[in-house]
Design a protein around this ligand. Structure first.
Ligand SMILES: Nc1ncnc2c1ncn2[C@@H]1O[C@H](COP(=O)(O)OP(=O)(O)OP(=O)(O)O)[C@@H](O)[C@H]1O
Ligand SMILES: O=C(O)[C@H](O)[C@@H](O)[C@H](O)[C@H](O)CO
Length: 178
């Protein structure tokens, strides 16, 4: 089973993913670790990434997902995956381009979409310390976001709850899909 935890910056991907990885013993891949230095510097300057910035990053994560599927492992991948085309690229690599009109899924790969009100996520980002991503980029994240649809093997999780509760909601959603 591959769980891709997605959502805008500040939605809680790292906190919830780390909590779940430790609880379930699943391997955790933090998508931020695979951004280029140029992309990180760009975000640190308060500039949103473009599709071109994200493609090599998404293709790296696609390679990881493919490898984990082949080894029949359980793993958690943290990736904003804001656009449907990005999610298709995570699943199918370059072959998904141009993105098809009808998104498709891969058996055993699920997207947990962390969602919540702009103001709450903004407050959490503003309180976060030691991270290059500024709260000033949050609006561009919401502007770019295309919430996943059911045919993408996706489910939504409300982040207006504690980290353990959000994690428990993800576990419950997965348990009825296993
Ligand atoms: N459910 C929650 N309840 C309270 N605080 C939370 C919750 N989820 C995340 N936070 C806090 O919000 C901030 C952002 O969380 P986190 O870094 O996990 O988000 P992210 O989606 O990984 O962000 P990015 O994509 O920028 O890395 C952190 O300071 C974290 O402690
Ligand atoms: O797609 C993007 O714009 C980035 O992945 C952001 O969503 C992340 O929040 C960034 O990696 C900081 O962690």
């Amino acid at each position: 089973m591959i769980l891709i935890i997605m959502g805008v910056s500040g939605s809680g991907k790292t906190c919830v993913g780390t909590y779940l990885s430790e609880k379930l013993g699943w391997t955790l891949y933090e998508g931020d670790d695979y951004h280029s230095k140029e992309s990180i510097d760009k975000m640190a300057r308060g500039e949103p990434l473009t599709d071109q910035d994200r493609i090599p990053w998404l293709l790296q994560l696609h390679g990881i997902i493919q490898r984990e599927i082949t080894s029949k492992a359980n793993a958690i991948v943290l990736c904003s995956a804001l656009k449907r085309a990005y999610r298709q690229m995570l699943l199918f690599g370059r072959t998904c381009l141009p993105s098809s009109d009808s998104p498709t899924a891969v058996d055993g790969v699920w997207f947990a979409f962390l969602h919540g009100p702009f103001k709450l996520i903004q407050e959490r980002l503003e309180a976060r310390e030691g991270h290059y991503m500024s709260a000033a980029l949050l609006q561009s994240q919401f502007d770019t976001l295309e919430p996943p649809v059911d045919t993408e093997n996706a489910f939504s999780v409300d982040v207006q709850r504690s980290i353990p509760e959000v994690a428990s909601d993800i576990e419950s959603a997965l348990s009825v899909r296993l």
